[in-house]
Write a protein that binds this ligand. Structure first.
Ligand code: PLP
Length: 456
């Protein structure tokens, strides 16, 4: 048995890590040059690394630790559930109490008419479920030509073949034969980067109408669904102009296209409501969930499905499912997470305290010469970095170089801010309060100053 522990020297752990552990979205050269930062424990909004540094986690892990780290109730529930029923599946006419209870609770929190949950182990799996579910739905309705799914460039919906194809990241499509057939992408409503001289309102409408143009190009009777995040997260926290979503909803209604809202980031309080769909005022048929469903304490995801789709899918045998669909320990932990979110009024905290404080702090940071603006909704935000604010110019160097430099300066100052290209991304645990937001802003300003000193 391995004797590797937290107490080993950092360099030794890093060398073992580089030798045996393949990391997502990381190169061997990066690992060999610097060694991965080793996180040993976490509490509240702070991580501790193997050198004893206290790092403010401005990303809630990967946008997921909504209730913050170190909640002992979550561990107790997991331990109890493991003793009682560590595993059973939900295939072939079996079920168990944690899956029943979690499905009921999620349906209670979801917008009206979304009363059914198909569980998965992650957001990627749930989006793969969605591809098969919407195509099966239309086939069962006698419209088997409706197979095309429209998504957006620069979207992120997961890393599996299906969900990676739904995503619109060209550098992901360049590897492994994506997208799979029948997935199409229109432009994103990113006014800051792509709006040029248009007003945000006109730009939002123009980008929404690309959906109608794509439907016309593919043939009205061939389109099954449109998928998007209410507010695109990993694409750079793209808050769409206010004209965008009403027009998308109109087009989906007009052409009888299912609307899938990917709520993996936006769900469970991140935008100040239970779901981002409520924040932007849309009526999806299916919502993808993961991350904040369990605050990342256990891997679990799913699709929340409207009555009409669930009825049609349930009328046949949907030949689809995962060994860990509705896993009892993950479900029990997710249920406890939902209890904490509700009983501690964490959504009220987001609306009344966290989001206003974050907005104010970021607006103050916007006076920094590198910061081109603030994009924020609830507690997800981004700061585009620019060499020239007024024209929203991009850096001449390869996209992402300055963002990467800034991320490294954040790390050096014990702050996690991620970069997407030359945009800095912020998505702290929802429980963060004013004093820690102040710490965030002080560290972020220092990192920006140090980055500016390197690029000016
Ligand atoms: N959908 C969105 C919007 C995401 O941000 C992610 C992950 O970041 C996923 C889906 C994929 O989720 P997972 O990493 O749990 O497979």
């Amino acid at each position: 048995m391995s004797a590797i522990t937290n107490h080993m020297p950092t360099a030794e752990l890093q060398a073992l890590d580089a030798a045996h552990h393949m990391h997502p979205f990381t190169t061997n050269d990066e690992l060999a040059a610097k060694g991965a930062r080793i996180i040993t424990r976490a509490k509240g909004v702070y991580l501790t690394d193997s050198e004893g540094n206290q790092i403010l986690d401005g990303m809630a892990g990967l946008w997921c630790v909504n209730i913050g780290y170190g909640r002992s109730e979550m561990a107790e529930v997991a331990a109890r559930q493991m003793m009682e029923l560590p595993y059973y599946n939900t295939f072939f006419m079996t079920t168990h109490v944690p899956a029943i209870a979690l499905a009921q609770e999620v349906a209670k929190l979801a917008p009206e008419g979304l009363n059914h949950v198909f569980f998965a182990g992650s957001g990627s799996e749930a989006n793969d479920t969605n591809i098969r579910m919407v195509r099966t739905y239309w086939a069962e309705k006698g419209k088997s030509a409706k197979t095309n799914i429209i998504s957006r460039k620069n979207a992120y919906h997961g890393s599996s073949m299906g969900s990676g194809s739904l995503g619109g990241m060209s550098y992901m499509h360049a590897q492994g034969g994506m997208p799979i057939p029948g997935i199409h992408h229109i432009n994103q409503p990113d006014w800051w980067a792509e709006g040029g001289d248009m007003t945000p309102e006109d730009f939002g409408l123009a980008r929404a109408r690309e959906l109608e143009e794509k439907i016309a190009e593919l043939g009205e009777d061939t389109v099954a669904a449109f998928i998007a995040e209410p507010i695109q997260g990993a694409g750079g926290v793209v808050v769409p102009p206010e004209t965008y979503w009403p027009e998308i909803q109109r087009i989906c209604d007009k052409y009888d296209i299912l609307l899938i809202a990917d709520e993996v980031i936006c769900g469970f309080g991140r935008t100040g409501n239970w779901f981002g769909s409520q924040t932007v005022g849309i009526r999806p048929h299916i919502m993808t969930i993961a991350k904040g469903l369990s605050s990342g304490y256990q891997p679990i995801g799913g699709s929340i499905v409207c009555d009409e789709v669930a009825e049609v899918i349930g009328a046949t045998e949907f030949n689809h499912g995962y060994t860990y669909s509705g896993h009892p320990v993950a479900a029990a932990v997710a249920l406890e997470n939902l209890r904490i979110l509700q009983e501690e009024n964490i959504l009220d905290h987001v609306r009344d305290v966290g989001a206003p404080a974050l907005k104010q702090g970021l607006n103050e940071l916007a006076d920094h010469p590198l910061v081109g603006g603030v994009s924020i909704m609830g507690m997800m935000a981004s700061l585009p970095l620019t060499p020239h604010k007024a024209s929203r110019a991009k850096f001449a160097s390869d996209a992402g170089t300055v963002g990467y430099m800034c991320r490294e300066r954040c790390f050096a100052n014990n702050l996690v801010m991620r970069h997407v290209g030359d945009r800095m991304i912020i998505s702290p645990p929802l429980i963060i309060d004013q004093p820690d937001i102040d710490v965030f802003m002080a560290r972020a300003r220092k990192a920006l100053d140090e980055t500016y000193a390197q690029v000016k």
